[in-house]
Design a protein around this ligand. Structure first.
Ligand code: GUN
Length: 293
């Protein structure tokens, strides 16, 4: 049976380190890391994520500011708020929760965030730095950054000679994950909905990263014995066994089957999920350090 990678425990270690670093920064410079999270509308999942981000930021000793804007907010109003936050010296990190309502151009909003406060790592400057190997100064998107940390708990930092398959080509996970694995010397293939014979491709992988948003799509017999599986999926499916109308959270991997084959695997929940917030805190703390000089 596979080793189950405990994302909750690793995330707690990361936030503890961030808390210490924030304390030290405040003691030496008087600067308290400040994180602003902006949410537009009432999407229930987004509201839960945003509340968790605020709670964790306060637990790390940060100033945590939450801006909740109505669903019908127009682009100009949101850009106005971003501009205020860009110039606010108490704020070091800005996160605009995605998705945004249809009347707002999410791309324009992301590019309006000052790159040095872009703790999501979505601005072209940070994307460009990551893809050109400037990993020391780039802000790396939190979910792939956290996935790498979990991978490093069970594998060497240098992935020379290893084959990695990333399933999913999103800007938030798949593409940055490709760049991080490549920077670690892995041989990386990015698979997606148009890939031919995905099961066969997966079977060549020493590392499988599943980030497609399809519940339990990756089957046990797609996994090469001894592979490491990082499951980024967070899908709610009906769970009638828990009672009428109940749901449960599952990943993109058929966990029960995959854990019998893999050497190591992240569970859902309790794997990559907790790491995303922990890495956001780490990014915000780095942004504050840089601002403090
Ligand atoms: N929505 C889902 N994941 C993310 C993320 O990593 N950052 C932001 N801003 N929104 C998201």
């Amino acid at each position: 049976m596979a080793h189950i990678i405990d994302g909750k425990a690793v995330a707690a270690q990361v936030t503890e380190k961030v808390t210490e670093a924030a304390d030290a920064l405040r003691a030496s410079t008087g600067v308290q890391p400040g994180l602003a999270v902006v949410i537009v509308g009432e999407d229930p999942a987004s509201k839960v994520y945003v509340a968790n981000k605020g709670r964790t930021a306060r637990a790390c000793g940060f100033l945590s500011v939450e801006h909740t804007l109505p669903e019908d907010t127009d682009q100009a109003a949101l850009l106005g708020l971003i501009e205020e936050l860009n110039t606010d010296p108490a704020i070091h990190g800005i996160l605009v929760q995605l998705p945004l309502p249809a009347q707002i151009d999410a791309g324009a909003v992301i590019q309006a965030i000052a790159p040095e406060k872009d703790v999501d790592g979505f601005h072209f400057i940070n994307v460009g730095k990551l893809s050109t190997g400037e990993t020391e100064t780039a802000f790396v998107p939190c979910t792939p950054a956290g996935s790498m940390v979990l991978l490093q708990t069970v594998m060497e930092r240098d992935l020379s000679g290893r084959n990695a398959v990333v399933i999913g080509r999103s800007n938030i996970v798949g593409k940055p994950m490709f760049n991080l694995l490549l920077a670690a010397n892995a041989t990386v293939t990015v698979a997606h909905s148009r890939t031919a014979d995905l099961p066969a491709l997966c079977r060549t992988a020493d590392i499988v990263v599943a980030a497609v948003g399809r519940p339990q799509m990756v089957k046990g017999d797609w996994i090469r014995p001894g592979a490491t599986v990082i499951d980024v999926g967070m899908n709610r499916i009906p769970a009638p066994e828990r009672g009428e109308g109940k749901t449960r959270l599952v990943g993109d991997v058929d966990f029960e089957a995959a854990e019998k084959v893999a050497a190591a695997i992240t569970p859902v929940p309790g794997g990559v999920g907790p790491m995303t917030i922990a890495m956001l805190m780490a990014n915000a703390c780095v942004a504050a350090h840089r601002a403090a000089g």
